[in-house]
Design a protein around this ligand. Structure first.
Ligand code: ADP
Ligand code: MG
Length: 242
């Protein structure tokens, strides 16, 4: 069953044409990685899906229904949740307050009720570190803890069917990257479908079922993740890693 279907989208920032005929799909229960060098258009692809920078041409479909042109809030209510690259937490508010605010997004009648629901208490049960820090101000936590809070914020509220993560490992120490990896695996085991944007190609390919490689706004290649992981030429040519 196809959850998300991005079909031949072109996305611009003003006159600047950034995504060229980008197509990708995500099936239920998959982890799909979108990888590519800095500036390739990964974040723009997520912004296109979320309605933040809607495409000029092409369709974004959720279970076959076009969603391009809907507001980011509506798209969230339809079950796609996004953890942006810049870890949007309120630094002066506590962990509990950050979660409470995120939880206030109400489902509406147009919501699908498909997906996984997390209450704030379930978040604390799943993420010990947040549980221990309920009353700590978010801005005083480590980068890894803030990233966990940012992901937790995108889980609460209306049910989440597809979680889109933008560079969750960025800037984190290796030990913390392992925690983020575990978190993504656990969410997927709980039934969440995941679109994972990463510059850390190894991490993304180890987690993912399939991957797309984006290069200067074009989908260059798509393949099962294990095939890409074994292909040194591809890793070096498109990702600059070995
Ligand atoms: N708000 C913006 N206005 C104009 N150009 C942008 C904006 N955001 C990103 N770009 C450009 O779009 C291209 C793709 O950027 P982005 O999607 O952020 O890439 P990635 O996430 O893969 O690093 C880059 O050339 C970048 O400079
Ligand atoms: Mg980016």
């Amino acid at each position: 069953m196809t959850v998300l279907d991005v079909d031949s989208v072109d996305t611009y920032y003003g006159p600047s044409h950034v995504l060229h005929d980008v197509s990708l799909n995500v099936e239920a229960d998959e982890i799909v990685a979108l990888i590519g060098r800095n500036g390739a258009g990964k974040t723009t692809t997520l912004r296109t899906i979320m309605g933040v920078t809607p495409p000029k041409n092409g369709d974004v479909r959720l279970h076959g229904d076009p969603i391009q042109g809907l507001s980011p809030n509506k798209i969230r209510r339809h079950g796609i949740s996004w953890t942006p690259e810049d870890r949007r937490v309120f630094p002066d508010l506590t962990v509990a307050e950050n979660l409470r605010i995120a939880n206030r997004v109400e489902p509406d009648n147009e919501g699908t009720n498909r997906g996984t629901t997390f209450t704030v208490e379930e978040v604390y049960e799943s993420f010990d570190r947040l549980d221990e820090r309920r009353d700590q101000r978010a801005g005083t936590m480590s980068g890894g803890e803030q990233q966990m809070l940012a992901i937790a914020r995108s889980l609460v509220g209306p049910p989440v069917e597809l979680l889109a993560l933008d560079e969750p490992s960025e800037g984190l120490a290796p030990k913390i990257v392992d925690d983020v990896r575990d978190m993504i695996e656990r969410l997927n085991e709980r039934g969440m479908t995941i679109l994972l944007v990463e510059q850390n190609a190894h991490l993304a390919l180890e987690l993912a079922d399939r991957a797309y490689i984006l290069e200067t706004g074009h989908i260059e290649l798509t393949a099962p993740a294990d095939e890409l992981l074994a292909d040194q030429d591809v890793l070096e040519t498109y990702l600059g890693v070995r």
